[in-house]
Design a binder for this molecule. Sequence first.
Ligand SMILES: [Zn+2]
Length: 416
Amino acid sequence: MSTFKGICQEVPQIRIDYFRASPDALPPLACFLSHAHSDHLQGLESFRSPFIYCSAATRELVLGLEKYPHRINFAKGILETRKQTYAHLKKLLIAIPLETPTDIELTPEKAIRVTLFDANHCVGAVMFLIQSGGQAILYTGDIRSEPWWVNSLIRHPILIPYATGVEKLNTIYLDTTFASKQQPYHHFPSKAAGIQEMLDKVHKFPKHSTVFYFDAWTFGYEECWMALSGALQSRVHLDDYRLRLYNATKVPSLVGFQIMFGVSQNANGNTEDVDLVRITPIVSRHDGCEIPELGVGGGQSDLSHTCEFDMNDSASFGQLVALCASKLNNEPQLLTNIVEHLNAIAKDGHTIQLQLPGPLAGDQITDSDASTPFPLDLVVEALVKAVQGHPQLSKPTETESLRKDGLPRVIVSRSQ
Ligand SMILES: [Zn+2]
């Protein structure tokens, strides 16, 4: 989760990955966005200027993102939804090609040179090398720092002077998501090892009668899809929303997925013999337990059906509390926790963000579903989950539910 406030002391005229106003600083003259995970987009909803520079893929993903602000309709017992996008940024988001030093004029007297490098994180994610007035900084954003990737960086023609010590980086602004954490976050498998483990498990299933459903709720699993597609000699099928997003990136390996979400037919068109197996990504394992994926590097639920609604309306607030009370009358402590949670949000004037049950295989999700109302009971369920939090470690899930042939219905993959 990014906690960076956007300002680099060497170049205070710019902002990176943070788009809210900074009361103690002058407004920025240029902004930069490392990737499309939501924790790096803070403030973009109401952002009006100046230009934001990013990779071409990130530009297309951000412009395609949809959120679902909700208005609670207690009379009908539903959440009414409408679609909202970052369309207002269309003229402000400027794509810069990777590995191409690009001069950006901040004022007639001051320019900076920016070079983007792939961050080995999710589609479109980049680092920024910024050179300005004899100074140089590297802003990494979220990275997956594997040895092969570091080796490729220090051999890069533009970075060689810094790798050899001929030139000096004044500061590296480094993502440290796991650096300060204790066990079990010290050791991670390589992404390649995680993908190989997933493929080994997948190959145990009957090839022509199994449909694999990959639980991808944010950007960053693209290599898993490509690996599965290659190994199974199958297309990857996406719902309308994801298909639009990935096609827009124009990343060759991610373009051309076919709409067929809710796959219920095998290659022969036979719908009866198809078994569905879920693939659930995890961060790693430790002492026989699984470390769940909670939005590593941010972006938790970026692609899920997240609802968002204001807590400024005191009438709605009261009705929401009453609704929770009616559903949770046997669980006073849980109700108390939820009311405290809602109070804290209302006091800060924030919106509630809750993850509603997302589309599952078998559901057909189309554009028209953006306006489909959700029953309010789902809000209570989502609030319960929000206050109970997620377990840090969980017992292995693969043995919980087995098919007739002894293979698991859920396989777990260390793969982001
Ligand atoms: Zn990220």
